[in-house]
Design a protein around this ligand. Structure first.
Ligand SMILES: CC(=O)SCCNC(=O)CCNC(=O)[C@H](O)C(C)(C)COP(=O)(O)OP(=O)(O)OC[C@H]1O[C@@H](n2cnc3c(N)ncnc32)[C@H](O)[C@@H]1OP(=O)(O)O
Ligand SMILES: O=C([O-])CC(=O)C(=O)O
Ligand SMILES: [Mg+2]
Length: 291
């Protein structure tokens, strides 16, 4: 089975045929075809039709395909889900999720559609947490159905819902931490919000590095120019991989000799240090069992 990677997820407005056709060629791990906030209200039906026609033509070999549907509290949300599930997406991204019950209802609808259309590879749900209510219910949402594989942190909507300005970053500290912990406790991916200044490469790199150090799996991007930096930040460096290989190899040798703790280059190595090294190896597509 293909391992899904989510270092970079490229948002593509679902009503732009040229952008949709090119979406998978830029090297993003995932594309995120949007039917929600990038689409004006009178373009919603046309965007859904456009995706219905173009998705089957996309080259999906190295790219995870997700669609952001409209909110499930609007009639558009269900229409989008009904149109998109038969297209065999990898995941549906649901905006402004506020309750576990809403996710269970969506799970039931997707299950019905998969059965009706003979879809055998289950469509995952990525739940976007981007309102105060969603933040307070994040842990329940994360465990509401096994179909949820990721939580995402949506900064722009949260700023709006919390009555904050774009510069009020401090107000996002608690919500972001809560979403991260809810996702980690449920063993889900957790995906960061895009950096919206497409001209500021240093700012993008700093934002991605901060997200990585907090434990995010990856970051949404809004422009192809942002992909390389985000992929780079969320990939381990060759030095990190070499070190991780040494840690795991040395640990195995010490374990065989009956020791669970030792020093490597003057630093202690024990089980949790080895687990950190294994995380690095997995990100580099190296199977630790082969070392
Ligand atoms: C808060 C939220 O909800 S964020 C999610 C919703 N927002 C979005 O989806 C926005 C997606 N991004 C965009 O629409 C655009 O990148 C914008 C409006 C931000 C900037 O547009 P531009 O100034 O035209 O970007 P730029 O000049 O870098 O475009 C260069 C090329 O990349 C293409 N491109 C730009 N953005 C994208 C994209 N997101 N997906 C695919 N192709 C893209 C352009 O079509 C152009 O192609 P061309 O050279 O063949 O003509
Ligand atoms: O976080 C995202 O993916 C973008 C978004 O919807 C937001 O910031 O409100
Ligand atoms: Mg949003």
């Amino acid at each position: 089975m293909r391992i899904k990677k989510y270092r970079s997820m490229l948002y593509v407005p679902g009503n732009n045929p040229a952008m949709v056709q090119q979406a998978t060629i830029y090297g993003a791990d995932s594309v995120l075809l949007d039917l929600e906030d990038a689409i004006a209200p009178d373009e919603k039906d046309a965007a859904r039709d456009l995706l219905r026609h173009h998705i089957p033509l996309l080259d999906r070999e190295n790219c995870v395909l997700t669609v952001r549907v409209n909110g499930l509290d609007t009639p558009l949300g269900e229409q989008d889900v009904r149109a998109m599930v038969p297209l065999q997406l990898d995941a549906i991204r649901v905006p402004k999720v506020e309750s576990a019950v809403a996710m269970q209802q969506l799970d039931a609808l997707i299950t019905e559609l998969e059965r009706e259309h003979g879809i055998t590879q289950p469509v995952e749900i990525h739940a976007m947490i981007e309102t105060a209510r969603g933040v307070m219910n994040a842990a329940d949402i994360a465990t509401s159905t096994p179909r949820i594989s990721a939580l995402t942190f949506g900064a722009q909507d949260l700023l709006a819902d919390l009555g904050l300005r774009r510069t009020d970053r401090a107000g996002l500290t608690f919500p972001r931490g809560q979403i991260l912990m809810a996702a980690k406790a449920a063993r889900l991916h957790v995906l960061d919000t895009p950096f919206i200044d497409i001209e500021d490469e240093d700012g993008l790199r700093a934002s991605a590095e901060e997200a990585k150090s907090l434990g995010f799996t990856g970051k949404a991007v809004i422009n192809p120019r942002q992909i390389d930096i985000v992929n780079q930040v969320f990939s381990p460096s060759p030095e990190e991989v070499t070190h991780a290989i040494r840690v795991v190899g040395s640990f195995n040798a010490h374990k065989a000799a009956g020791s669970g703790v030792f020093a490597l280059d003057g630093k202690m190595v024990d089980r949790p240090v080895v687990e950190q090294a294994i995380t690095v190896l997995r990100l580099a597509d190296i199977d630790p069992a082969t070392l």
